[in-house]
Structure formats: C-alpha cells, structure tokens
Design a protein around this ligand. Sequence first.
Ligand code: ADP
Length: 497
Amino acid sequence: MRILIATCEATPLARTGGLGDVCGALPKALSALGHDVSVIMPAHRSALASGLPMQPTSCEFAVPIGNKSVRGRILETRLPGTNVPVYLVDQKDYFDRPAIYVDTDGQEYKDNCERFAFFSRATLEAVRLMELRPDVLHLNDWTTGLLAAYLKAELRGVPPYDSIATLFTIHNLAYQGTFWHWDMLLTGLDWKYFNWRQMESFGNLNLLKTGLVFADAINTVSPTYALEIQQPELGCGLQDLLSFRRDVLSGIINGVDYSEWNPATDTHLAAHYDASNVVEGKAACKAALQRELGLTVRPEVPLIGLVGRLVEQKGIDLVTAVMEHWADHVDVQWAILGTGERRYEEQLTALAERFPRQMAVRIGFSDPQAHRIEAAADMFLMPSRYEPCGLSQLYSLKYGTVPVVRATGGLVDTITDATPSTLADKTATGFCFADYTSTALAAAMERACQAFAQPQVWRQLVSTGMSQDWSWAASAKEYVATYQRTIARRREPARAL
Ligand code: ADP
C-alpha cells in the first residue's frame, strides 16, 4: 500500500507534543510492515536546523491563496535510520519562524489559516508533480483538514487525485483551527461550503470540522476517547457530527518508539537498566536526578515526576493544590518539567522557591531531562481533565515508574488500577482516580505511597508495567486495516455533497 502522511509535526524535525511523536514513529512501523510510506510537512525552522541532510527537489510551484499566487518548493530528507522520505514544504514567509503555531508572546500566528491553506495546496502540488500517487492520504489534526475538502469538493473525478482515500486522525479535539469567516476567501473553496453541516462552526471557519466532514474515515488515538468525544462533555461542540459519523470513526491507541524510549539503551541516563536490574538502575538514576535538580539525595523518599505541557488539559491545578497541601506533612519529592500557560509556570515556580530541597520545577522543553525524570521518578503523574491517548504513561511503564492517572481517554485504555484483585492476579500497573478534584488525586497518590512502602507490592507493579509491550507493531497493523477499509469506502459511488 502507498501511504502519504500529512502532518505539521514529526519527530525529530518538529515537535510540540504527542502529534510529533506519532508522526515520527508510525511511518517507521508502517515501513517495517512492508508498506511504501512517506511524510509531508512544513519546512519549519526547527526542521531546517535539525541537522538532517536536506536535498532540494525539482518540485517548485505556485498556488493560489486568496487573490495572491504564492511560490513554494519541496525539500527532501529521510526519517533517521530509515528509508522513509520526508517531503518538506519550503516557504520561508510562512514556516521559517521560531515556533510552529504561536508567536513569541504565545499568541497564535494571525495568518495560521493562510499558512495551512498553503500547506494543503502545496501537498496537492507535490502529489501531482512528484507523482506520489498515494492510495491513502493520512491527515492529522486541523492543520491538514482542508486537504480533505479539496480532494472531495474540488478534485473528485480529477486524476491523479480521484482515487486517493483520506483518513483523518484526531490527536486532540480541543485544538480546532477556528478563524473568522473571511478566511474562507484564502481557502479558495466555494462559499456554499460555509454552512453548519460542513466548514462553519459557531460563525467561524473551522478546519478541524472541515477534516471531519470531508475525510472518508476518521480515527482518534484511543478507543475510550473515540467514545468520549461523541458526548457533550468532551465533544468540544463537535459531538453531534462525530456521533453522526460513528460508523467510520474508530480508536487506535498510539505506540511507543522503543528505539527512543528504553532505559536499557537511553543515552540520557546516568545508568542503564532493564527488568533484571531495575532496582539498582533506578536508584542510580534517582540519585543523579536529585543531585541535578538540587533535591536532597534520599533514596527512600518517593520521587514524583511530571513532564508535560502546562495547560488546563493536564490537570496542573490539581497538582499545585496537592503540592501545597502536602508540603509540610507528607514526605515526598517532586520533579516537574514543562512549559505552557504563565499562571501554572508561576505557581509551580513559586512552590519550588519555597521548598527547594523537596520540589524541583524546570520551565522549558528538554527532551534529555524528560528522559531522566521518567527514569528517576518512582511515580509519574497524569491527572488530566481529558487525555486523547497520552504517551508519557506508556514511557513510564517501560521505565519502571508507576503512573498515577485520572481515568479518562487513553489513560483508561492503558493503565490498570491497583486493587486487591488486580494486585492478586498481577495485572495492576498504576493508580487511577475518577473525580476531577485534588482530593481524589491526593487519595490515589496516598494509595501509591502506601504501596511504595511495601517493596514486594511495588516490585510487582513495576515488573508488570515493564513487561508490557506498547510498541507500534500492533497499532500500525490496526492503521493498515483502517486504511484498507477507508480505501474500499472511497471506491463506493460518491454521495452528493
Ligand atoms: P500531548 O500530546 O497532549 O502533549 P502526550 O503525553 O501524548 O501529551 O505527549 C507528550 C510528549 O511530549 C511526551 O513525549 C513528553 O515527554 C513530551 N513533552 C511534553 N512537554 C515536554 C517538555 N517540557 N520537555 C520535554 N518533553 C516534553
């Protein structure tokens, strides 16, 4: 099968979170299954600075954006260690910027609609001029939503586009790419599509909705989240549309790239370990991180880790409440790494300043430090309001770090709560709580601390987690089956739009 993955992020070229991890790893797994897979993404500044060799191609073009004609070209590289081609849409004005989505004040770039209309049209030009001929075009999140509309509304019946099936993956429904209605002009699509059944949502142009309406099939990144987004609470206003399309909506859990995330080979760690020497290995990593972060070096105290975007989704308000409440009377240490909303950054930093030997907070994005926290921590917190899949809890399992998670989305599908019966049958891997309150989080953490104090119980939790296989192999096979179904659907007679 020939697969083209269109994305805004792919590790190691550009990444702000899980989307980058997925689009860097899934292509490798699909290629290992024998499929012909390639990736197309914008030539962001971080991609050009990644150190990967970039070859120019002969593919140069101009596409209409509003009443302008904008030129671009395609560069080519490979995903490291593979033969998977990555095509980069090079357009300096749009993509040679310090960050991917937001300016230096954290505000979304004002021309985001224009940038991703261009990326979408450029992708279609690359398909035609480079004769890529994909059987399936795999779209990811709102930045690629217009591609589904172009293929269905403009290019139905037009070779070489007519036979291309589209699968649209929702990595996070909350980020929708909404713009004022006049941005319709930039897309070049007929105003007739600006209606509540297609591209319009609450008066705005909505590019995520556009993808969901026009793609041949949809999936999201866990079975539980696929159900949750059909309900008002987590449907972000699109629950009725998702429910209407439920016959083509599925959930496929993300995998882990164990070539990046494996404590036996991880180059960022003070010591390497696997299940056979996890106690000694983690102890060495823990002492090294305690020193690195200025925490008191104490092997016996539970070290709680958290790495992630500091945004409302991630439950940071619950974490600061427990940190504050526990500071004087519960003997634990905290190692927190993240960047995001200023209010959370400030609250966390203030706590760390008050309790420097007990709480370490690093504001920033550091992949090496993320690895070191995964290895050193005893427990890893993910008290998310919602979590489409979540990757960090899967890394934690591999690193022998016990996740404490809220029972939502992919966290439900990947972590088994420690209860008397799951401990007895050795399926427990973590601690889950349901209510979105700091009391419920604290109760789950107390259970975790009690288990930590019983070495036999803890060893069992750690070893069950470490023995699980969350690699991409199984999920990539599910993607292949979904692509096949999507291609078959595309071959059915077209319905009127
Ligand atoms: P999301 O996609 O919602 O951000 P995931 O758990 O799916 O959450 O993926 C988060 C990924 O981003 C993980 O690989 C995590 O290690 C990484 N990450 C997030 N914030 C940081 C940070 N500040 N520094 C390093 N890595 C980070």
